[in-house]
Design a protein around this ligand. Structure first.
Ligand code: HEM
Length: 357
């Protein structure tokens, strides 16, 4: 993870400088959050910069993924059908184009390795490629599976983190007292310099952690979670018997908003996660699992946190923010769709440069 920090930081710096250039004007923070997280995943996933932040527009390979997520959301309950549809260009359109793009990146890297015999292990796909070449038992079983891993990596890492960052900005813009408290806290930690801290210095700031946790509790980026299959002998859950080989889901969104698990469960209250309140406000921590748990739990959790920590801390140190005139946030708050990952609506936010205290 430590080797990713400078690359993530350099992308966050572009993100912040673009917000600075648009200070005082409405910014669609959903779009910019996605630019940021897709760019990061391109760089640390493939060693390929999509440069969406620099160009202020969506890369052609990524265009359309969000429309296609609707199809994925619907068909992921029938994985074999999704696989089949995803392979037919005429039906799957830009989803197919993105798949092809990812396969090409993996193939190019593989060819480069074969030509140069140098194995540059600075991005995630290179580790998978190395495992594949070494016939490691953990490796993807075929060239196609390797390409699929590349595709899944980008979608799983970018869409989720981008939606979470946009959600965090929504909560910060609509809860000014929380944002002020965050800024005061960070000002105390970094009184003289708002830019040159290390990742180590921001990786465990309780109020920042609380804001991320609370955002992921109310708006988990994979709201229903992937399906699981019951064991062949069936499964007893309290008084309910589920037969064997049945697909089930345990939706985070529902459990994480249940008053039996969290006091005032529908309200954004980051302070519930602070040590002094947790015992009273988090009634059942086992019901909190935005990254899922167990051996199939998200492999990218720490990378997601790194993106979010850098972006939230730098934004709070550099800007005051609020919803843009004419933006009430209602469509953003209520119109998000469960398309396997969470598809969020545009949100117009104004960032104003902070005066030096
Ligand atoms: C806030 C951000 C994120 C959330 C909420 C999230 C959540 C999840 C969840 C719930 C799963 C399903 C786990 C299971 O099946 O038990 C998952 C899988 C996965 N995540 Fe994340 N994730 C996030 C960010 C990332 C990042 C940054 C990466 C990049 C490395 C990543 C890579 C993956 C991969 C490769 C899988 C496996 C997908 C598969 O098996 O098809 N995720 N994630």
């Amino acid at each position: 993870m430590a080797t990713y920090a400078p690359r993530v930081r350099s992308k966050v710096d572009v993100f912040i400088s673009q917000l600075r250039a648009r200070a005082g004007q409405p910014v669609n923070i959903t779009e910019w959050s996605m630019f940021f997280t897709f760019d990061v995943m391109g760089v640390v996933g493939f060693g390929k910069d999509f440069r969406q932040l620099e160009d202020a527009k969506e890369h052609s390979a990524i265009k359309g993924i969000h429309d296609q997520m609707a199809m994925i959301g619907l068909l992921s309950q029938v994985p074999w059908f999704l696989y089949m549809v995803g392979s037919i260009p005429a039906i799957s359109g830009s989803y197919y184009a993105f798949t092809e793009y990812c396969y090409r990146q993996v193939n190019e890297k593989k060819a480069l390795w074969e030509r140069t015999e140098s194995q540059d292990l600075t991005d995630i796909i290179s580790w998978l490629l190395k495992a594949f070449k070494d016939n490691d038992p953990s490796a993807p079983p075929s060239q196609r599976a390797l390409g699929e891993d590349g595709r899944v990596l980008i979608i799983a890492g970018s869409d989720t983190t981008g939606a979470t960052l946009a959600n965090a900005f929504y909560y910060l813009a609509t809860n000014p007292s929380v944002y002020k408290q965050l800024q005061n806290h960070l000002d105390t930690l970094f009184p003289d310099d708002r830019e040159s801290f290390t990742y180590e210095q921001i990786r465990d700031i309780p109020y920042v952690e609380a804001i991320m946790r609370e955002t992921l509790r109310l708006k988990p980026a994979v709201p229903s979670g992937p399906p699981r299959v019951t064991p062949p002998g069936g499964l007893q859950v309290d008084e309910v018997w589920i037969p064997g080989d049945v697909n089930i889901i345990v939706p985070q969104y529902v459990l994480q908003r249940d008053d039996r698990n969290f006091v005032d469960a529908d309200r954004f209250m980051p302070e519930r996660w602070l040590a002094e309140n947790k015992g009273k406000m988090v009634l059942n921590e086992e019901a909190y699992f935005p990254f899922q748990i167990g051996q199939y739990g998200c492999v990218g959790k720490q990378l997601a946190y790194m993106n979010l920590r850098f972006a939230i801390v730098l934004a709070a140190l550099n800007f005051d923010l609020g919803l843009a005139p004419g933006e009430d946030g209602i469509e953003f708050d209520t119109g998000a769709k469960d398309t396997f990952t969470l598809t969020v609506s545009p949100l117009q936010v104004i960032f104003n440069k902070r005066m030096k205290a």
